[in-house]
Write a new protein. Structure first.
Length: 143
């Protein structure tokens, strides 16, 4: 099961590396790949290593509670500093590393809780900042 997750992560990250044109949109696409292809199996993987249904429920409930304020705060920081690309790249890299760390201690609930919360803090702003970059790059009515 661990190999399955690692292969999915590697393929998702590999697709970003092989793109000819690097831009902020590739980060968002890779983040969506991870969410779409790996995260549905996250609970199954953790449950198979001894994490209980109640603990999985706690992990699932805390993610949005942490992610929403983190997305707003980190996105505001990117806006205030004007360093959208740097913040986006940092958040994306840290989120990917956090997701890759899941199999290191799959049956250790405190590890998984801390990892899930830390990863959510840095993963939540990725799509918000990428969307802001798309809007900023769009042509205006003036030209």
């Amino acid at each position: 099961m661990e190999d399955f997750f690692l292969i999915l992560f590697e393929k998702s990250l590999e697709s970003t590396k092989t793109q000819k044109k690097k831009n902020t949109h590739s980060h968002a696409r890779t983040n969506i790949h991870i969410q779409a292809f790996v995260l549905p199996f996250y609970n199954v993987f953790l449950n198979s290593h001894g994490i209980t249904a109640a603990q999985l429920g706690l992990l699932a409930a805390l993610r949005p509670a942490i992610g929403a304020p983190a997305a707003a705060g980190i996105s505001a920081l990117a806006d205030r500093t004007g360093r959208h690309r740097a913040v986006l790249a940092t958040c994306f890299t840290l989120a990917a590393l956090g997701r890759l760390a899941v199999p290191l201690e799959p049956g250790n609930f405190p590890w998984q809780l801390g990892l899930a919360l830390a990863t959510e803090v840095v993963a939540a702003p990725v799509s918000v900042i990428a969307d802001a970059a798309v809007v900023a790059a769009a042509p205006t009515e003036d030209g």
